[in-house]
Design a protein around this ligand. Structure first.
Ligand SMILES: Cc1cc2nc3c(=O)[nH]c(=O)nc-3n(C[C@H](O)[C@H](O)[C@H](O)COP(=O)(O)OP(=O)(O)OC[C@H]3O[C@@H](n4cnc5c(N)ncnc54)[C@H](O)[C@@H]3O)c2cc1C
Length: 468
């Protein structure tokens, strides 16, 4: 491998989601070159899996400031600030135009899944000379396994690609992998592309967060057209009241109506609810799935006759990428360590996250930052606006502008909508502040080389590539 002067290398940005692309925009503004690795075939690959979901924060909070400046310079027409986009609209009307700007596009590697980050010639234990060595990024690419050098790494790979399993113990339930062809993780589009998969089936939804609620509401809608569809809602705990909304009195009319519909569905027997159901095992019986939970006061409870399962039990970061780096994570949240007290969902159910930047995001491995949803680890209360401020601060720190890097501020939404809705539902009128937290305090809504000529024959030119 060529001995590069690390300062002249690009900054690796891992993930072309909203925060990764915002990082790229800030780096470009700061005169640095981003080299963006995206595992998906297109940008915004995680958002694309829930295109149908309407976001709870309006456009004005979903657009990064540096990205906006770049886009406006290209004649982009900005969507109306108060409107709530769907995830698909965020990709189509914001991320895709951003990614097509020349300075971004020419450094964007689609279909490049990063598998490891290290320093060339240094395993994790070796210290002397470590900080002057560049980073080495290994990626699975359309042309095989390739390696790239970078001066710093901004890891914005999110968590959505690593969904939590059904098993109540945090590991897959027995039989979960064998039956994986009947399980969807996340938020499948049950009213759109996945309609046929779910219509008329007995569907188990697992989870107590807003993804589960959004999916249940969609299934409730599906039962209106396909009354033979059956829904079983399983949660580990027993706090369900908030999902039924305030009924007729709900300030958010659409949510209130859907809450009433869920209630009606439950009352008519179309929705079976099983609380304190901690899944241990899945088995196939007569072509259907039988799900067994931990016994509480008697024999292990079993739910039988399930056709499909939707697991909406949250997601976790991929910590394997940094196995050879000196990183420090919170032991249970798996967030960047210094961030944990600011975001702990045990304390911050509805968001009082303070603005934070490069200092809280730093790891013992100087030059490596996890940002965006990944920086929060398993905490589900990440907000785009927070991620945009993170990458502004990190980009400033990377060029040594410490005054700007330390001047962290957060401009927060006052949506009053801590909920996930579907594209099919009308967007409600914004009311009040986020979860009744005073706007100033509310930081999060509770939801949630050398040219590549080497042996691997990479096809995308990139200044710092060095193929294995
Ligand atoms: C249903 C839902 C609704 C939400 N609504 C809102 C909202 O209204 N407002 C709000 O502020 N926030 C919302 N969030 C939270 C958050 O803003 C989003 O999750 C957001 O997408 C996080 O952005 P990100 O860039 O950090 O990660 P992601 O969007 O997850 O992007 C990560 C990218 O990295 C890529 N990647 C992953 N692994 C690798 C790898 N090894 N190598 C290369 N690339 C990789 C992925 O393909 C993806 O493109 C919502 C989240 C969910 C799940």
């Amino acid at each position: 491998m060529k001995n590069e002067n690390a300062q002249n290398l690009p900054v690796a940005v891992l993930g072309a989601g909203p925060v990764g692309l915002a990082a790229a925009a800030h780096l470009i503004e700061r005169g640095l070159t981003p080299l963006i690795f995206e595992a998906g075939a297109a940008i915004g690959a995680n958002l694309a899996t829930y295109r149908h979901v309407r976001l709870f924060s309006p456009w004005q909070y979903n657009i990064d400031k540096a990205a906006r400046r770049l886009l406006l310079g290209q004649g982009w027409s900005e969507p109306a600030g108060e409107e709530l986009p769907t995830a698909g609209e965020l990709v189509d009307h914001y991320l895709a135009p951003l990614a097509s700007i020349r300075e971004v596009n020419s450094n964007l590697l689609l279909g490049y899944r990063v598998t490891a980050i290290t320093r060339p010639g240094f395993d994790k234990v070796k210290t002397k000379g470590r900080e002057s060595a560049p980073f080495l990024i290994r990626a699975n690419t359309p042309d095989g396994s390739c390696q790239f050098l970078a001066s710093a790494v901004i890891d914005a790979t999110g968590t959505w690609s690593h969904q939590n399993p059904l098993g109540a113990d945090g590991i897959p339930a027995l039989g979960e992998q064998a039956l994986s062809d009947r399980i969807d993780y996340g938020m499948p589009d049950v009213l759109g592309s996945a309609r046929e998969t779910y219509a008329g089936k007995k569907v188990m939804v697992v989870g107590a967060g807003h993804s589960a609620a959004g999916t249940l509401l969609a299934l409730a809608q599906l039962t209106q057209e396909h009354p033979d569809t059956r829904i079983v809602w399983v949660t580990r705990g027993s706090q369900l009241a908030r999902f039924f909304g305030g009924g007729e009195a709900d300030a958010l009319k659409a949510r209130g109506q859907l809450g009433l519909r869920l209630k009606a569905l439950r009352d008519s027997g179309g929705l079976e609810m099983r609380q304190n159901f901690r899944i241990l095992e899945l088995a196939e019986t007569d072509g259907k799935i039988a799900v067994t939970a931990e016994p509480i006061d008697g024999p292990a409870p079993v739910i039988e006759g399930i056709d499909r399962i939707i697991c909406a039990a949250g997601a976790r970061p991929d910590l394997a990428l940094t196995r050879e780096l000196r990183v420090r994570h919170d032991p249970w949240l798996e967030s960047t360590d210094a961030l944990a007290p600011l975001i702990d969902p045990n304390e911050h159910s509805c968001g009082t996250v303070r603005p934070h930047g490069h200092r809280e995001l730093a790891h013992p491995e100087s030059g490596y930052y996890a940002v965006g949803a990944k920086s929060y680890g398993r905490a589900p209360n990440f907000l785009l606006a927070t991620g945009y401020e993170q990458v502004r601060s990190v980009a400033a720190a990377l060029v040594g502008d410490m005054a700007a890097a330390d001047d962290v501020q957060l401009d927060l939404p006052e949506t009053g909508v801590c909920n996930t809705r579907l594209a099919y539902e009308a967007a409600p009128e914004p009311t009040g502040s986020c979860c009744n937290v005073a706007p100033a305090a509310a930081a999060a809504c509770c939801v949630p080389a050398p040219s590549p000529t080497g042996a691997c024959g990479c096809s995308k030119p990139a200044e710092s590539t060095c193929c294995a």
